[in-house]
Structures are given as structure tokens and as C-alpha cells.
Design a protein around this ligand. Structure first.
Ligand code: FE
Length: 337
């Protein structure tokens, strides 16, 4: 009897952690509406429960750091490479390997030590008012500093990480001095002091407050798909221009993820990461958030197709993340508020 009791006790001790482990804890800087449907699909297929905590990327990163080795976090998702690099530099992530990653994620879109990988691509082209801008004479980001564009450009603030990463990528490719001169020239052509988000820059072009904006395509896609007819109307007044097609390509960023250093459910996190690279998850992002899939076998949405094909920058994104501090100083020096 006692033997049987002991055997049962040992069994339950062994079984309980396995039951508890059938979950994964995700800290996501991506808004719930833009990740939950994919997570639900993953849970339905795998039987693994996803506990989702959403928040500001920097807040989530400090939370993981403060929780230390007792952190329940298994995975961190962010919508910019700069934050992933920050998390890696703080020693919060660990290397991941999988066949799926090898197959689906181009090497320039993952960390050299495999501590984070891209999940989707986000493009940051020029957007313009077609009746006021002659695009035959505008093919590069460098040309935005020309005197003919004085008082005509709208861009959000330098405190925004998309701009920081864009400038970081330029530093990496053109050097610090050229990039500083570019930033000064751009600031000199601003239509107004930076305010609002990317969507506000697009709306300002539509409203005639400026002629040119720099913005991520998924904002324009979101406006075109909006239930608000005024947003659709504004978006239809703006066109996408893919700069630097003759040389380095248009700046891109990523949404991406890494598995945390002390992940208590590493295998489940790995399974989730692989799922995010699946055809269905990639297609969902293309369709619902106007982001570009990593996989070539996933069709782009009609809205993305309407923006046209483009050549993207292909510098390793970990280098872009590493230039963040330099970019910040440079933008400040250029007077980019
Ligand atoms: Fe965004």
C-alpha cells in the first residue's frame, strides 16, 4: 500500500511539471490585435497555451532584465530590430537553431549569433502627392536634401525607433559624415517640426501640408483598408516611391523575436517561433498588417501588390541595431527634433 502510494506520489511529481510546461509565455511589443489570432492558431494546432503579455518594448525588456533568471518570459517579440539588439546586448536572449529558421529566414535578417530572427519585413519608402511631385527627378533618399524640396517634407520625430534604424542603416552604408550631412539637409527641408506618427505624415501629404513623407508601408495599407472613409480618401491621394532601386535598395526593418536566456519553456517557444514562420502565419501578416512575408511562397496581399515590387536593403540588420546610439547623437546634431 505504502509502495503504491509512493509510486503514485513520484508519478505525480514527475507528471506535474510536464503538464505545467504545456504553455509558453510571450512578452510582446506587438499589439494584441496583431498577434493574438496567430497565437490562437498555434494553440489550436499544438495544444500549447500561449500566455500573452503585451507592452512597450523597452518596458518589456527592463521587465525581463529585472526578473532575471526567475523571469517567466520564454519569448520576446518586437516590431523593430533596434529593440532586439538592445535585448541581446543586455544578455537577455539565447541562441536558437531550427531547420525552419535556416530555410525561411535570410541570414541578413537574423542575428549573427542567432539570438533573434525576423518574423516579417517592414518597408520604409518615400510617399508623395503625385500631382505635386515629379518622381522622374526623385529616385534616392539622398535627393530629398535638394533645395527644390525645401519646406515640403514631413517626417516624424527622431525619438522614433523607425527613424533611428533608418539613419543607422545609412550610417552603416554611407558613413557617419555623409549621413550627418544628409540629415542636416533633410531637416532643412522639413515642412514643419516633426509631430505625430507615420500615419499623420501620410495624412499631412494628403491634406497638402507637405508633398513628401517617409513612412512604413503598413500604415498606408492600414489606411487603404480602413473602415473610415476619410482615411481611405486620404490614402488614395498618396503614392509609394521606392528609393535607391539603382543602388542599395529601400530601407527595411523587421518585426522579430528571440527566445529569452532563462526561458522555462524553451521547446514550446521554439515550436512557436517555427509556427510564426509557417505559411499560414506569414500570410496572415501580409493580409492583416500590410507587412512583407519572409517566405517567397506566400502571396502578397492586393494592397501590397499595388505598391509594386522593390529592391530592399540587404545589409545585416544586427549592424543596423548596433548603430542606434550613434544614430541618435547624429540626428540630434542635425537638429532633427
Ligand atoms: Fe508601427
Amino acid at each position: 500500500m505504502l509502495k503504491k502510494f509512493l509510486a503514485l506520489t513520484i508519478c505525480s511529481v514527475l507528471v506535474v511539471p510536464l503538464v505545467q510546461a504545456n504553455e509558453v509565455n510571450l512578452y510582446s511589443a506587438r499589439k494584441e490585435a496583431l498577434i493574438k489570432p496567430v497565437l490562437d492558431q498555434f494553440s489550436a494546432q499544438s495544444g500549447i497555451k500561449v500566455n500573452l503579455i503585451t507592452g512597450d518594448a523597452d518596458a518589456l525588456i527592463s521587465r525581463i532584465a529585472n526578473e532575471g533568471k526567475f523571469s517567466p518570459a520564454d519569448m520576446l517579440v518586437t516590431t523593430d530590430v533596434g529593440r532586439l539588439v538592445r535585448a541581446k546586448e543586455l544578455g537577455l536572449l539565447q541562441a536558437v537553431q531550427s531547420e525552419e529558421i535556416e530555410r525561411q529566414v535570410p541570414t541578413h535578417l537574423r542575428d549573427a549569433d542567432q539570438q533573434w530572427i525576423a518574423l516579417t519585413i517592414r518597408a520604409r519608402p518615400i510617399m508623395y502627392a503625385p500631382e505635386r511631385v515629379d518622381v522622374k527627378q526623385l529616385t534616392t533618399m539622398e535627393e530629398l536634401t535638394d533645395a527644390r524640396f525645401k519646406g515640403r517634407i514631413c517626417v516624424r520625430s527622431s525619438s522614433n525607433i523607425y527613424n533611428q534604424s533608418m539613419v543607422s542603416a545609412m550610417i552603416e552604408q554611407l558613413g557617419e559624415e555623409n549621413t550627418l550631412n544628409w540629415a542636416k539637409g533633410l531637416v532643412a527641408n522639413f515642412a514643419r517640426p516633426p509631430k505625430g506618427g507615420d500615419r499623420d505624415q501620410i495624412k499631412a501629404v494628403a491634406a497638402g501640408q507637405c508633398d513628401i513623407a517617409i513612412a512604413n508601408t503598413y500604415y498606408l495599407a492600414g489606411m487603404l483598408n480602413s473602415a473610415d472613409s476619410q482615411e481611405v480618401e486620404a490614402a488614395n491621394k498618396v503614392k509609394v516611391l521606392w528609393p535607391n532601386q539603382g543602388d542599395r535598395g529601400t530601407h527595411i526593418n523587421i518585426s522579430g523575436a528571440g527566445i529569452t536566456r532563462h526561458a522555462p519553456n524553451k521547446a514550446n517557444a521554439q515550436a512557436l517561433l517555427d509556427f510564426m514562420l509557417s505559411k499560414e502565419a506569414q500570410a496572415w501578416y501580409a493580409e492583416h498588417n500590410g507587412e512583407y512575408p519572409l517566405r517567397s511562397d506566400v502571396e502578397q496581399s492586393d494592397v501590397l501588390k499595388s505598391f509594386g515590387e522593390f529592391k530592399a536593403e540587404n545589409i545585416p540588420l544586427d549592424k543596423v541595431g548596433a548603430q542606434n546610439a550613434t544614430a541618435l547623437k547624429l540626428m540630434d546634431k542635425a537638429g532633427w527634433k
